[in-house]
Design a protein around this ligand. Structure first.
Ligand code: GAL
Length: 926
């Protein structure tokens, strides 16, 4: 979040958000097919990328967007679109961003960081292609230093995103859906992800070996000193080391330092102590760069017989797999919404997450470190060719200091897994990981090939089995020395808040009785794992619903039913079963279903209690209606003849009450209730708060089966960025100011406006109900470390200059299309050597933006030395009649598209002349 960033002092590195202020066009821009020699010649030149990739493209009608942005979530549901991608069109889109750089940045190193773009992307800076990337899940750090312009000149970043292509069989979104940054550092600087600091324990003693990569874009070799300080969670510097670095121009060097650390606070699941590794680079003149990473002191091991150990303690991996989209926002999930999702998971008893089947954003990994959640860090593409190996090494370099990461996963369910080819590929990927991080085991999620003579499993340190619970023992017997865990299981179904399965309406009751043919219920899958002590734990598919891959129902269902929570991260009953299975140190008692069954009086209603207590007693309106010892995995189920009122469960251990829960019949909805997850947020254009929408009856009791329509509006320092309700069958738009409740709940996500502070008022209205209003405090985020938005300027570029001539040249003389050499190339200043041939023609062709061609723009020639005539598209615009150097400003007549400007200059005899200043087309009156 912006708040955690600091505005840099002069000389210190700056990491500036580039998220605000992009222009966006949904769709592709077909380029005319090029046939001519001149055009063919030009489009192959650096800086001359055609169309929207180019610096001077007319984007005046494009839409303004701030990143992160997912255009797929804005689109309609359509049965003709891909089911796997959630029946929403993806397609192609373009983004452009303008920025200026102060002249004091000249000589610094400038890196463009694009953290995630779905799916294939190409990036241009000032018309030069600087990056191509074929994964939507890895970031790229692009050194753009050589291509930049400073001072008044405007730089253009253009990004073409192809989201027709897929990398997964789930909803992947479309566009620049993660953060973007501009990083300014000294020419000699610490490389991005260049600090490797992963603590090692030997004979009970901790050391922190630190390797720092220093890169240089300087013009000459330089010497510097690297200082590394380890800062404890309480802010004390607890270890320090220094090393010299010599780095040659345009090279990298690395320094290795060893820090001894006495009795560090351990990183545990309950108290995830994070240490900061602060590296400072100095030369004779002082500090030139600094960078920071964090790490944690913990040990872990996978044991083939006894499973997983964290800090010496046996710890089963109580894991979930999750994808990355959320209600209302698609894959463009604000960091604060990620925090909400991960807190919800943590309080369910989750101690491990498998980000399936790809790397999440860095901010999400930071949350895992900070909240104390272990991570199975998964690579997307099983491929050992150079582009793909780069995706893998990027992931390991980014995440190898993180205490949360305990497994690298190289693939999920690859058909080649049990073949020699699979083995050869896995072996190479394992070796590449080992080179960068020798401390963590490598695994893969397999659903076959486990027992072939040669397959990926032979190359892996730890085996992951997906679903096939009957193979657990077989595997352990076959590979008694290889640790194993359930990399994926469960795939159970539930519709949140629903208690009657209705196949025709695509509704699945929430008692934990339904799973895919290949899966198990929440309770069943965990039983298989706990029944096998050698199993290190498991990852339930999935912690949260996700769009796409709608299972078990297809259209009109558009998202999965697998989630332990729904798309809004509202708990389904699966959540309470998992709590009852996973949480040991406090009582869990959850009674289901709700108690609104009008018309069912006297008929049996299935009641289930999710609990970790050994005994439960059920009371209806005060009278005991059932009592049971709880079976540890099945839990307790009753048939209770329905009567309206209050159904209560009392859980006990050894006759002593340990907890209770109740459901109560409600009346008709009377009032809307808004419950924000937090009462304050930052006015930084990023921080977002989920607000739960519900309704209560006249007595204030929640109406659990309400499905009514609610309308929202806001006032003040923020806005709504999305809505949802967790119904996998809903086709209501995510970007809206209204939503229906689904079984009693909906969600509105509000965001503080950038630069705003004060109050954000959210109101909710439903027909015939008392409305709700909630007030959130929007806090001043202070000076934001953001790259200011710049306006495009029209500076016609790529001029041609005629040879000097003794006579006035014809301003409209045509150059042959294939003549690349009789007129010289170059941009102003364009001087003329004093001599006998006093005339010269200068010419440029350029596309004129629509917002500059309305007849009110001017061509501004800042300095012409000599007399001059200015011609546009064959028509004379005006003259400069004196030889004395000076400017010339002339109106540009209206006209769309490409324009050709020709300037004839007549030199003053014996004096240096020419087109000596900038030539710009400026809007309005000069
Ligand atoms: C697995 C796969 C997941 C998801 C799941 C649905 O085979 O790894 O990505 O498709 O099935 O049950």
């Amino acid at each position: 979040m912006f708040a955690s960033m600091q505005i840099a002092r002069a000389g210190t590195p700056e990491r500036l958000s580039l998220d605000p202020g992009w222009l966006f066009l949904q769709g592709d821009v077909p380029l005319p097919s090029i046939k001519g020699q001149g055009a063919s010649y030009m489009t192959t030149k650096a800086g001359e990328a055609p169309g929207p990739a180019g610096a001077d493209y007319d984007d005046s009608t494009w839409r303004h967007v701030d990143l992160p942005h997912d255009w797929a979530v804005e689109g309609p549901f359509d049965p003709d679109q891909n089911r796997a991608q959630g029946y929403r069109p993806r397609g192609i889109g373009w983004y452009r961003r303008y920025l200026t750089l102060p002249v004091t940045d000249r000589g610094r190193n400038i890196e463009l960081q694009l953290d995630g773009i779905a799916t294939h992307s190409t990036v241009w800076v000032n018309g030069i292609v600087v990056n191509r990337n074929w994964s939507g899940y890895n970031g790229r750090n692009i050194d753009i230093t050589p291509y930049l312009r400073y001072g008044k000149e405007v730089n253009t970043i253009a990004v073409r995103v192809d989201a027709e292509v897929m990398e997964g069989w789930w909803y992947e979104g479309a566009g620049m859906y993660r953060h973007t940054w501009l990083v300014k550092r000294d020419a000699v600087h610490i490389a991005t992800d260049g600090i490797h600091a992963n603590p090692v324990q030997k004979n009970g003693r901790w050391t922190l070996p630190v390797t720092v990569q220093v890169d240089s874009s300087a013009a000459a070799a330089r010497d510097a000193t690297l200082d590394v300080i380890l800062v404890a969670p309480d802010g004390r510097a607890v270890a320090r080391a220094t090393a010299p670095v010599h780095v040659d121009a345009l090279h990298s060097a690395s320094a290795r330092l060893d820090l001894a650390v006495r009795n560090p606070q351990p990183w545990t699941l309950d108290k995830p102590a994070l240490y900061r590794v602060h590296a400072v680079l100095r030369d004779a003149k002082g500090e030139i760069d600094s960078a920071e990473t964090h790490t944690g002191f913990r040990t872990f091991r996978f044991d083939a017989d006894r499973g997983f150990f964290l800090n010496g303690q046996p710890t089963k991996l109580q894991g979930v797999a999750i994808h990355q989209d959320h209600a209302g926002v698609g894959v463009a999930v604000p960091d604060s919404i990620w925090e909400y999702r991960m807190r919800q998971l943590k309080s369910m008893g989750v101690n491990a997450i498998r980000f399936a089947h790809n790397a999440p954003a860095a901010e999400v990994m930071d949350l895992a470190d900070r909240l104390g959640i272990l991570v199975m860090d998964e690579n997307r593409n099983f491929n050992t060719s150079p582009d793909y190996m780069q995706q893998l090494t990027w992931l390991v370099r980014r995440d190898r200091n993180r205490p949360s990461v305990v497994l690298w996963s190289i693939f999920n369910e690859e058909p080649l897994q049990g073949t020699e080819v699979g083995y050869e590929m896995a072996r190479r990927m394992v070796a590449a990981i080992r080179e960068l991080d020798p401390t963590r085991p490598v695994t893969a999620a397999m659903h076959g090939g486990l027992f072939s003579d040669k397959g990926a499993v032979q190359a892996l340190d730890v085996a992951g089995i997906n679903y096939q619970v009957w193979e657990y023992e077989h595997f352990h017997k076959t590979y008694p020395d290889k640790p194993v865990f359930s990399s994926e299981d469960t795939s159970a179904f539930m519709s949140r808040g629903a208690y009657k399965t209705d196949v025709a309406k695509h509704v699945v009751a929430s008692y934990d009785d339904d799973a895919a043919d290949w899966g198990q219920t929440q309770r069943g899958s965990w039983k298989h794992i706990t029944d096998h002590p050698f199993m290190a734990g498991g990852f339930a598919w999935t912690g949260l619903d996700y769009r796409g891959e709608p299972t078990p129902h297809e259209w009109p269902s558009a998202s999965s039913f697998f989630g332990i929570m729904d798309l809004c991260a509202f708990p389904k009953n699966a959540y309470w079963f998992r709590q009852a299975l996973w949480i040991k140190d406090k009582p869990v008692v959850k009674l289901m279903p709700h108690w609104n069954w009008p018309g069912q009086e006297g008929r049996p209603v299935k009641v289930r209690v999710a609990t970790n207590a050994p005994h439960v007693r059920l009371l209806l309106n005060g009278a005991v209606v059932g009592e049971q010892d709880v079976a540890p995995f099945d839990m307790a189920t009753f048939d209770v003849p329905y009567a309206p009122g209050r159904l209560e469960v009392v859980a006990s251990r050894n006759g002593k009450e340990v907890g209770r829960d109740a459901v109560e019949t409600s009346g008709a909805p009377a009032r809307v209730v808004l419950t924000p997850d937090r009462s304050a947020l930052l006015g930084d254009g990023a921080d977002a708060v989920p607000v739960t929408v519900s309704v209560v009856d006249a007595q204030g009791r929640p109406v659990a089966d309400a499905n009514l329509h609610v309308r929202f509006d806001t006032d003040g320092a923020g806005r709504i960025i999305g809505v949802g309700n967790g119904d996998p069958n809903s086709h209501e738009p995510d970007k809206a100011s209204e939503r229906s409740l689904y079984n009693g709940l909906a969600q509105v996500i509000v965001q503080g406006r950038r630069g705003a502070h004060g109050k954000l008022v959210l109101r909710a209205r439903a027909d015939g109900l008392q409305p709700a209003e909630v007030l959130l405090a929007v806090r001043d985020a202070g000076a934001l470390a953001v790259v200011p938005e710049a306006q495009p300027i029209v500076r016609p570029g790529t001029w041609r200059s005629s040879p000097p001539q003794s006579e006035r040249p014809d301003p409209n003389v045509a150059l042959a299309d294939n003549d690349m050499n009789s007129w010289a190339w170059g941009d102003p200043p364009l001087g003329m050597a004093p001599g006998a041939k006093r005339w010269r023609a200068f010419r440029v062709s350029f596309p004129l933006r629509a917002d500059h061609n309305d007849g009110r723009a001017h061509v501004v020639l800042r300095e012409i030395a000599g007399k001059a005539e200015v011609w546009l598209d064959g028509v004379k615009l005006g003259d400069k009649t004196s030889f004395a150097p000076g400017p010339l400003v002339l109106p540009v007549p209206h006209g769309p598209g490409w324009r050709t400007l020709t300037v004839l200059v007549e030199a003053e005899p014996g004096k240096p002349s020419g087109l000596l200043g900038d030539v710009l087309i400026e809007r309005g009156t000069p």
